[in-house]
Ligand binder design. Structure first.
Ligand code: ADP
Length: 247
């Protein structure tokens, strides 16, 4: 059985931070549509030029475009044993597409992190990302509030000094626009997921460590497994995939 996880929740709920850690601890890739798009903007690729203005306004990029990106990413060998999706799906059309993409891939666990709007605005205002690679500082800081001297995203980042900046779409006006779109487009889609037996909700107002524990328990319970067995699930799946194992 694969470990397919979809993180749901509003901007600033902590999806990215939790997705990053869960993926690392379970040996599956984190697929964040926000990160993929930000990287494209950063490298000024054709895709990046197409989506830059839309993202800066806090609006959603087109369904067909983002569905194509996710479809392509999830067929890569490292995603065969499972994946953590962050930032997708956000609309009913994206949710339908994900159902099709994952039809033959075992259960998809959906976990919603719940956080009230006012707390989201506060968090997003305080959020800092690496100027060089766009990685979220929080994703690498699990205990203290202090930012590390260097970006810890060693796989991809060439940063040689601390350059923590606010994300260009994290201004208060844009955050409120993103929340409006979340309530209009994404929230109804989450309601549609909530009727499924593999849907779980967790409280995002807890400490990051408590949210992490709640996430692991939620995924295990959705799969009907004890929490400690999630790792072996992925290990077993990877051992059966020729050339698909990651270090
Ligand atoms: P947040 O941290 O607010 O959840 P993300 O980093 O996931 O935001 O996404 C940033 C921006 O990228 C969104 O505001 C939107 O413009 C675009 N984006 C990301 N994922 C999607 C998606 N699934 N559909 C449409 N647009 C998306």
């Amino acid at each position: 059985m694969a470990l397919n996880l979809v993180m749901l929740g509003p901007p600033g709920a902590g999806k990215g931070t939790q997705a990053e850690r869960f993926a690392r601890e379970h040996g599956i890739p984190k697929v964040s549509t926000g990160d993929i798009l930000r990287e494209a903007v950063h490298s000024d690729s054709e895709l990046g030029r197409k989506v830059k203005t839309v993202m800066e306004r806090g609006e959603l990029v087109g369904d067909d475009l983002i569905i194509g990106i996710v479809r392509e990413r999830l067929v890569q060998p490292d995603a065969v044993a499972g994946f953590v999706l962050d930032g997708f799906p956000r609309t009913a059309a994206q949710a339908n597409a994900l159902d099709q993409i994952t039809a033959e891939r075992g259960p998809v666990i959906c976990v919603e992190i719940q956080v009230p709007d006012e707390e989201l605005v506060r968090r997003v205002r305080a959020r800092r990302v690496c100027e060089d690679c766009g990685a979220n500082a929080d994703a690498f800081v699990h205990q203290a509030d202090a930012l590390p001297d260097l970006c810890q995203n060693t796989d991809r980042c060439r940063s040689v000094g601390p350059k923590w900046v606010a994300r260009s779409d994290d201004s208060e006006t844009v955050v409120r626009e993103r929340l409006k779109i979340y309530w209009r487009d994404t929230r109804p889609m989450i309601e549609y997921y909530s009727a499924r037996p593999t849907f779980r909700r967790i409280d995002g107002l807890q400490t990051p460590e408590q949210v992490r524990e709640a996430l692991v328990s939620a995924v295990a319970s959705a799969l009907g497994l004890p929490a400690g067995q999630l790792q072996s699930l992925v290990a077993k799946k990877l051992s059966g995939v020729k050339g698909g194992a990651r270090p």
